[in-house]
Design a protein around this ligand. Structure first.
Ligand code: URP
Ligand code: ZN
Ligand code: ZN
Length: 492
């Protein structure tokens, strides 16, 4: 017996058409008109859109960062993804300094396998490219990892130098892998920040002054040129500003294999309206690169329309606004970083440290914000409902392109015969106001508080099994599966 999704409108990256979809086992087996329902469970999709489950290729679940650990783990993060209409994501393993890539991988496997509720893959963030680590890179392909991430920022934490980046690109090119970069000039930021602090400029809004658009544009251009020379597919993460978009456009015009994404927050939030809010409120909106201006928003909308950027992710990396509650110092002294969930489980009021770490010093505010649950709804509202992008372009950006670029298409990212039956039944008329009160993320704020949206997932199916039904959670821990990705993915 299969499941027949009847009378819906199927949206893929190329088409939007009325059709029935038959799912047997974990995959789609037939798409057609008035399919025979005999022997199948029927799901009435009249008035609904059937979209492939969303894919977010930029998340940081349980990431040790900024003196604490990001809140959502592979349990809460996965539920929130699914409630928002996504069924897969790719998280970043971080190589420990002095350790191997496989050391990092073991850590991320231990965090994820027993909790996972949706499907997930890993990128490998390379922080310490010693000779033996360089030799280790090809073995990542045996683990289903085809993407390397390098940080050109966060000096003395994750930042690598140009030699490392160029070497990584050369190995990646040989192996059919893709290199991702966080493109900001970390050396310049490391000069600007102490200067601002010395001038008494300590409030959250000065985070933006410490990381001006120029340092993003410069680093993006550097990475694009190196990728062109190395012949290495490059994917620039969280592009926020005109200079970075133009660097990618120039590279593409020269035939370099370069692509990029932006993240939901960079289409909406501004320094003036959010980062510069009174008191410490601006800390909620601190991420790197910083949120920018309305003019940058317009550039980004144009870039996702004209194909200069290929995906909209979230860079979900959330920290409590009011964290550090309870006897956390004693706990931290007695436990390692990975046990904050246990700390919070002791007492519902307990919280690991969060944004308050940077009271009186913007440079100590953990960088990152929540967003993986709202991504599809916010981009549907402001992209599709506002007429900026079509429904098919929406699916391309949010589902198909990320699957193609990162080697998991057509298993993921589309509704086609043979694809995994990852399906969001999307009600285009359902209205909702986004709020922290109704979010499934582990957070005490959301950055889209009060935003009205029309269009949200009614049901979400993962490999043929319903995991979200309205407000009800039907998923199970450890049912999410690791996605082993293939090298040699196309450059879009
Ligand atoms: O502020 C951010 N973006 N935090 C997460 C780490 C990163 O740079 O992606
Ligand atoms: Zn980054
Ligand atoms: Zn990130």
């Amino acid at each position: 017996m299969g499941t027949l999704f009847r009378n819906g409108t199927v949206i893929t990256a190329s088409d939007m058409l009325k059709a029935d979809v038959l799912v047997e086992g974990e995959v789609v087996t037939l798409i057609g008109l008035e399919l025979d329902a005999a022997g199948h469970e029927v799901v009435d999709c009249d008035g609904m859109y059937l979209m492939p489950g969303g894919i977010d290729v930029h998340t940081h679940l349980e990431l040790p960062f900024g003196g604490t650990v990001s809140n959502d783990d592979f349990d809460t993060g996965h539920r929130a993804l699914a409630f928002g209409g996504s069924t897969s994501h790719i998280d970043f393993v971080v190589q420990p300094i002095g350790g191997s890539l496989h050391d990092g991988l073991e850590t991320w496997r231990a965090k994820s396998a027993h909790l996972a509720q949706v499907d997930y893959g890993f990128h490998m963030a390379v922080t310490d490219l010693r000779d033996e680590v360089m030799e280790e890179i090809p073995s990542l392909l045996d683990e289903g990892i085809t993407s390397l991430k390098l940080f050109m920022a966060y000096k003395n934490v994750f930042q690598i130098d140009d030699t490392t980046l160029f070497r990584a690109m050369q190995v990646a090119a040989q192996q059919g892998m893709i290199v991702m970069v966080h493109a900001e000039n970390g050396d310049v930021e490391a000069e600007l920040t102490p200067r601002l602090l010395a001038e008494g400029k300590v409030e959250p809004k000065y985070h933006a002054s410490s990381r001006p658009p120029e340092i993003e544009g410069e680093a993006t251009n550097r990475a694009v040129v190196m990728a062109g020379l190395a012949g290495c597919p490059l994917y620039v993460v969280h592009v926020t500003t005109r200079a970075a978009v133009e660097a990618i456009q120039r590279g593409r015009a020269l035939g370099y294999p370069v692509m990029g994404e932006s993240c939901t927050q960079y289409f909406f939030l501004t320094v003036d309206d959010h980062l510069a809010m009174p008191g410490f409120e601006g800390a909620k909106f601190i991420c790197s690169p910083p949120i920018r201006s309305d003019a940058d928003h317009r550039v980004l909308w144009q870039a996702i329309r004209d194909g200069s950027l290929q995906h909209v992710s979230t860079d979900h990396c959330n920290f409590w606004y009011k964290g550090g509650v309870g006897p956390w110092q004693e706990w931290a002294a007695a436990h390692d970083n990975s046990e904050w969930v246990d700390y919070e489980a002791q007492d519902p009021s307990y919280r690991r440290p969060g944004k308050e770490l940077g009271l009186g010093n913007f440079a100590k505010i953990p960088n990152g914000m929540p967003g993986l649950e709202e991504r599809m709804m916010v981009m549907w509202q402001h992209g599709v409902n506002s007429g900026r992008i079509s429904p098919t372009r929406f699916v391309e950006l949010m589902c198909s392109n990320p699957a193609k670029i990162f080697g998991m298409y057509p298993k993921k990212g589309t509704i086609a015969v043979g694809s995994d039956a990852d399906i969001a039944i999307w009600d285009p008329n359902e209205e909702h106001v986004l709020s922290v009160e109704t979010t499934h993320m582990r957070t005490d704020y959301i950055v889209y508080e009060g935003m009205p949206i029309r269009g949200r997932p009614r049901q979400v199916w993962l490999r043929g099994r319903k995991i979200v039904d309205g407000d009800n959670w039907l998923g199970r821990n450890a049912d999410g599966r690791f996605i082993a990705r293939r090298p040699g993915a196309p450059v879009l």
